[in-house]
Design a protein around this ligand. Structure first.
Ligand SMILES: [Fe+2]
Length: 309
């Protein structure tokens, strides 16, 4: 069942999340995957895509603002005839204090209509900062927001703005962080739960990010997961990482990290509205992973999914 425009007027109800299609297992599209997609349809229940990778942003105020990148967009049109597509954008920069890009929100709304996405997501972070010449500049990596009341107010207002523009559930993804910010008003689970309850948005729970943070900051990832309102989890990300300079990084380096499988099993068992488990890897690791390696990760994820569905 496809969610309706009921969400367009305000927070998304728990019932709307419960009505979302339970897809199963998918992969996050990257530039190494076209060949894999051609001969591996049966491994996938849906394809997750970063819409921002399919257009060139000409800059604020330009007309047209977004120019499609033709060949990948043709591929996506072909994929859409066989598989559901869900969007996972990177350009919203919902935590930027000084700006919020309405044109980007409208572009996401166009893409949701074009590919009939059942939900869409972005990151609980900021990427864009105001430059000296008043144009925004990209930080290069999503930067986590501090879990403070003031930030919660700002994000709640923006989430509701997105929900008014895009008539399907909106999810935010929990971040990875390498530096602990001092004196925050709330813990991360408290902040996420408050944001979800206040706005009705869903959670894209990246269990590799949880594993990464737990490893670097020394907490119990299961305790973290069970402090979240798991009824709000619609999609899960699984990935691998690497050790670097005494830290564990969220590098998406090939296969899923071993401890992540156990966390995934726990989440799939306890998140009643979970619809999708997405394997993400960086395209530079495809030569090592190969199609067989991607298939192996998807099959492992499917075993976990089917154990509980
Ligand atoms: Fe992720």
């Amino acid at each position: 069942m496809t969610p309706t425009a009921a969400a367009s007027t305000g927070p998304v109800s728990a019932d709307l999340l419960a009505a979302l299609p339970r897809y199963g297992v998918g992969v996050l599209y990257n530039a190494a995957l076209p060949g894999f997609l051609e001969d591996s349809w049966e491994e996938l229940d849906y394809l997750a895509v970063i819409p921002d990778r399919f257009w060139t942003d000409e800059g604020e105020g330009q007309v047209p603002r977004y120019t499609p990148v033709e060949a990948p967009t043709d591929l996506l049109d072909r994929v859409a005839r066989r598989l559901p597509i869900v969007g996972h954008s990177v350009g919203l920069s919902i935590g930027s204090a000084e700006m919020f890009d309405d044109e980007h929100v409208r572009q996401i709304a166009d893409w949701q209509r074009r590919y009939r996405m059942a939900w869409h997501s972005d990151h609980l972070s900021f990427l864009r900062v105001k430059g000296l010449d008043a144009h925004s500049q990209l930080a290069g990596l999503p930067i986590p927001v501090p879990y403070d009341h003031e930030v919660l107010d700002l994000l709640a207002q923006r989430v509701e703005q997105v929900q008014r523009a895009v008539p399907v559930p909106f999810l935010l993804e929990n971040n990875v962080y390498y530096v602990d910010l001092p004196d925050q008003d709330m813990t991360e689970p408290e902040f996420l739960n408050r944001l979800m309850h206040r706005t009705g948005c869903g959670l894209l729970l990246d269990v590799h990010n949880v594993h990464c943070n737990a490893t670097n900051h020394g907490f119990d990832p299961r305790e973290f997961i069970h402090a979240l309102d798991l009824t709000r989890v619609v999609e899960v990300h699984i990935a691998g990482g690497s050790d670097m300079a005494g830290m564990y990084t969220d590098s998406h380096a090939g296969p899923v990290a071993e401890p992540v499988w156990e966390l995934l099993d726990d989440v799939v068992a306890h998140a009643p509205n979970l619809c999708a488990v997405t394997f993400e890897f960086d395209e530079s690791y495809f030569p090592a992973l190969k199609s067989a390696g991607v298939r192996a990760e998807l099959r492992h994820a499917r075993e976990v999914w089917e154990r509980h569905h």
